[in-house]
Design a protein around this ligand. Structure first.
Ligand SMILES: [Zn+2]
Length: 110
């Protein structure tokens, strides 16, 4: 469970949580921008993400540390998320089958 703070202090200033897209926004050079883009631009330069999308390596969009951000093309990004979704789905099936198996084991009392 991830705790969502309405405001967070970052090295690029105060960022505000945006309910609409579930991301943090901050003010940068007079504009309101997504925190992950500002952090990326500050560390890698805006050119590094030209025509690309930013992906959060660990899957946690609240982890906007520059080391967690990578710029990739839309096609690769979509493919990556489809693979992550597929893997999560399969993990859920496995976990649920373990839960079912546990539930069906008769309780032994020594
Ligand atoms: Zn992504």
């Amino acid at each position: 469970m991830v705790t969502i703070h309405r405001y967070i202090n970052t090295d690029v200033g105060i960022a505000r949580y945006n309910n609409k897209d579930g991301r943090y926004l901050c003010h940068y050079k007079g504009y309101q921008k997504s925190l992950h883009k500002v952090v990326f631009d500050k560390h890698y330069g805006k050119k590094a993400r030209k025509g690309l999308e930013i992906h959060h390596r660990d899957g946690n969009k609240f982890n906007n540390h520059y080391s967690n951000l990578i710029a990739i093309d839309k096609e690769t990004h979509d493919w990556l998320h489809s693979q992550i979704e597929k893997a999560n789905y399969e993990v859920n099936i496995i976990e649920n089958s373990f839960a079912d198996a546990k539930a069906s084991v008769p309780l032994k009392i020594r």
